[in-house]
Design a protein around this ligand. Structure first.
Ligand SMILES: C[C@@]1(CC(=O)O)C2=NC(=C\c3[nH]c(c(CCC(=O)O)c3CC(=O)O)Cc3[nH]c(c(CC(=O)O)c3CCC(=O)O)/C=C3\N/C(=C\2)[C@@H](CCC(=O)O)[C@]3(C)CC(=O)O)/[C@H]1CCC(=O)O
Ligand SMILES: C[S@@+](CC[C@H](N)C(=O)[O-])C[C@H]1O[C@@H](n2cnc3c(N)ncnc32)[C@H](O)[C@@H]1O
Length: 243
């Protein structure tokens, strides 16, 4: 009887993978990972120099990403079928041997493996290896302290409606907006309404090949990949010399 191990990979730079995930990935014979159809996949790209030559790979290709709205019934049904199918396949594979599932960032932080983790409870032995979340790699790429003193940090998804974004942004000190991508125009408008656009940074593919950092106000609105994060730094309490 084998075990399913989901290895968190961190934000992108393979040097930021934990020692534990690195060890598991290098010795893995069976490796599964999510990707968009027609792409290599971010998770698979991160481990490209680590996998064994004889590793057997199982790409789990999303049936849709942006082709259908995630609120539609069709999207929901396609995704349910997809997760059920892969939960069955992973359960069957794990009957004979260990299996490693790759996950960019930390698996339990908006990670796709969560949908398999819930379905596999009681059906297979599952272990999740924690990792540095993508946003941590992004604020380190900016090389500035991110939260101070009593700052409240708020993590938002760019998929939220504009009014919800504005309300949360106004209440936040330090701010993270994930899933920017094609939602960038709405995220920019919300930041402008919350009075925070001039303080916002955009980090695309933080710590990955092709990393790009820009002041958000200077970025063209139609020009943002899914793996991008908006950050506004906290300005909280700290001891400073009197003038
Ligand atoms: C629909 C949408 C809504 C949303 O994001 O909420 C959504 N993905 C969208 C876009 C998109 N997804 C991907 C790309 C290509 C990226 C590329 O190749 O560069 C693009 C962009 C594109 O297609 O252009 C691939 C991808 N996605 C996830 C991973 C794995 C991972 O990160 O673990 C990887 C592969 C990573 C890799 O390659 O390693 C994970 C998730 N994506 C989900 C939903 C959730 C699962 C579905 C569900 O159960 O609903 C989950 C688990 C997140 C969650 O549930 O929080 C959103 C449209 C939003 C919009 O309107 O703009
Ligand atoms: C489905 S969530 C997965 C989050 C991941 N499990 C983590 O711990 O960061 C995908 C979103 O994470 C963000 N993201 C993750 N890693 C990133 C990176 N290295 N650079 C920029 N954005 C990243 C993007 O906002 C992207 O839309």
């Amino acid at each position: 009887m084998g075990k399913i191990i989901c290895a968190g990979l961190g934000p992108g730079d393979p040097d930021l993978i934990s020692v534990k995930s690195d060890r598991v990935i290098r010795s893995a014979k069976h490796v599964a990972f999510f990707r968009k159809k027609g792409r290599a996949g971010q998770a698979r790209t991160i481990v490209k120099d680590l996998l064994r030559d004889d590793a057997i790979e199982y790409p789990m290709e999303y049936p849709v990403t942006t082709e259908l709205h995630f609120d539609s019934e069709e999207y929901r049904q396609l995704m349910v079928d997809f997760y059920e199918e892969w939960a069955d396949k992973l359960e069957a594979l794990a009957k004979d041997h260990d299996l490693v599932v790759l996950c960019e960032g930390d698996p339990f932080f908006y990670g796709s493996f969560m949908h398999l983790h819930t379905r596999l409870q009681g059906r297979a032995e599952v272990e999740v290896l924690p990792a540095i979340p993508g946003m941590v790699g992004c604020w380190n790429a900016l090389d500035m302290p991110y939260t101070w003193g009593d700052d409240v940090m708020t993590v938002l998804m760019g998929t939220l409606p504009e009014d919800d974004l504005v309300a949360h942004m106004k209440a936040a000190d330090a701010l993270v907006v994930m899933k920017t991508g094609r939602n960038l125009p709405r995220v920019k408008r919300a930041l402008e309404r919350a009075g925070k656009l001039q303080d916002a940074w955009l980090v695309e593919k933080g710590t990955m090949r092709g990393q790009r950092i820009a002041k958000l106000a200077d970025v063209a609105e139609d020009d943002c990949p899914y793996f991008a994060i908006v950050l506004v730094h906290g300005q909280g309490r700290r001891p400073e010399a009197a003038e």
